[in-house]
Structure formats: C-alpha cells, structure tokens
Design a protein around this ligand. Structure first.
Ligand SMILES: CC(C)(COP(=O)(O)OP(=O)(O)OC[C@H]1O[C@@H](n2cnc3c(N)ncnc32)[C@H](O)[C@@H]1OP(=O)(O)O)[C@@H](O)C(=O)NCCC(=O)NCCS
Length: 185
C-alpha cells in the first residue's frame, strides 16, 4: 500500500491545523496525558517520541495484516504533523499499543489503533481510546473501521461509538468500511 493510501483517512476531511500548537520540534518533551486518561493503573500513556517509531512500526506489523500496517515512513510523517496525536501505551517501558488521532472540522478522529496481540483483551485499547479523546477535546469523535473487524467494532461500541454510515469500497473494491461516531455534546 502506498503512503498516499495510508494517509487516506487524513484526506477524507481536510485537517484543520491547531493554531495554538506550533510544529513539534524533535527536542520537545511529549505532552502529558491528563490524570484519569490512563485506564489500567499499570499502563502509562504518553505521546510517542521519534525514537519509539521503529518499535511502533514493528507493533503495527504484528497487529495488522501487511496491507494495513503503517510503515515507519508513514509514522514519521504523521508524528511530525502538529495536528496529529500519536500516543503509545507502555508497561514497564515496553510499548503495548498505539493510537493515532487528529483534529478535523467536526471534532476529533481516530486514524489508527493497534494493540500488540500478546496483550490484547487487557484494556489497553480502551485506555488508548480514552487517552486520545482527551487530547482532542471538543466536537464529536469519528473513525472508520473495516466492516468485518468485529473485535474493533465491539471495542468502539463499548466506549460509546455508534455506526453512522457504511462505505462498500472504503478499503478497496469490495472491502467495506463503517464510519462510527461518538457524540460528545
Ligand atoms: C481491536 C483492538 C485494538 C482491541 O484492543 P484490546 O486492547 O484488545 O481491547 P480491550 O482489551 O480494551 O477490549 C475492550 C472491549 O472490546 C471488545 N473486544 C476487544 N477485542 C475483542 C475481540 N477479539 N472479540 C470480541 N470483543 C472484543 C470487548 O468488549 C472488550 O471487553 P472485554 O474484554 O471485557 O470483553 C486489538 O484487537 C487490535 O489491535 N486489533 C488489530 C488491529 C485493529 O484491528 N485495530 C483497529 C483498526 S480500526
């Protein structure tokens, strides 16, 4: 899959730059996630550092089939965009999962979520979703998910997302996607 396809989500709704946030510098410390967004107490969630991206790319390859895993180059591009939030969940320093979100006109959007297969069903995905929502306050949250991805759809429903629309060819010819929305008042 080409980088342009991997960034398809980001093109669906033109991203709105966040004026108060200057472009991230390589030396910036990662912003803290507010208390209460961490989920399970032994999991720490914070913005990924540049040096985390190779491990996150490896995690992507473990969690997704090859066409859907974000490559290192895609992750670097997303990490550098000031309106994108790229958060990693860790336990004892080891990266367990990642979530990528961004600001869009209607609020926030989840672009990518992946949890290492060896730690799935331990609440990591839930904690990452809550964390990215807190970093993207205001407006509804939206996301796209493959229609057949029952695990992810179950997770999204469990934290308040509802099916909003189906696109029969979103992930390619004959590969439908469901747009889900979480209303935030
Ligand atoms: C989808 C994914 C992110 C879930 O992460 P996770 O850390 O395992 O999720 P959680 O432990 O927080 O699960 C919360 C709830 O979601 C639902 N859920 C999660 N995985 C499920 C599965 N395999 N089958 C059914 N329900 C599931 C359950 O309701 C679960 O609660 P429970 O464990 O108390 O029953 C993970 O399976 C993953 O990375 N999959 C591969 C990549 C992917 O599909 N990403 C989403 C792309 S849109």
């Amino acid at each position: 899959m080409r980088v342009s396809q991997r960034l398809y989500h980001a093109r669906m709704i033109p991203p709105r730059p966040d004026p108060p946030s200057p472009p991230r510098q390589l030396t910036d410390p990662p912003p803290d996630i507010p208390p209460g967004a961490q989920g399970a107490p032994d999991i720490q969630i914070a913005s990924a550092r540049l040096r985390d991206l190779p491990a996150i790319a490896a995690l992507q390859r473990r969690a997704f089939p090859p066409p859907l895993a974000y490559t290192l180059s895609t992750l670097v591009v997303l990490w550098a965009l000031p309106w994108v939030r790229l958060l990693a969940a860790r336990r004892n320093g080891q990266i367990l999962g990642v979530v990528i979100g961004d600001r869009v006109v209607e609020g926030g959007r989840v672009i990518n979520l992946a949890v290492d297969p060896v730690v799935q069903r331990q609440g990591v995905g839930t904690a990452l979703l809550h964390a990215v929502e807190r970093t993207l306050p205001g407006g509804d949250m939206t996301l796209m998910v493959q229609s057949g991805n029952s695990a992810a759809r179950s997770l999204y429903r469990s934290v308040g997302y509802e099916d909003a629309a189906e696109n029969p060819n979103y992930y390619g010819p004959g590969r439908p996607g469901v747009r889900m929305r979480k209303r935030r008042g």
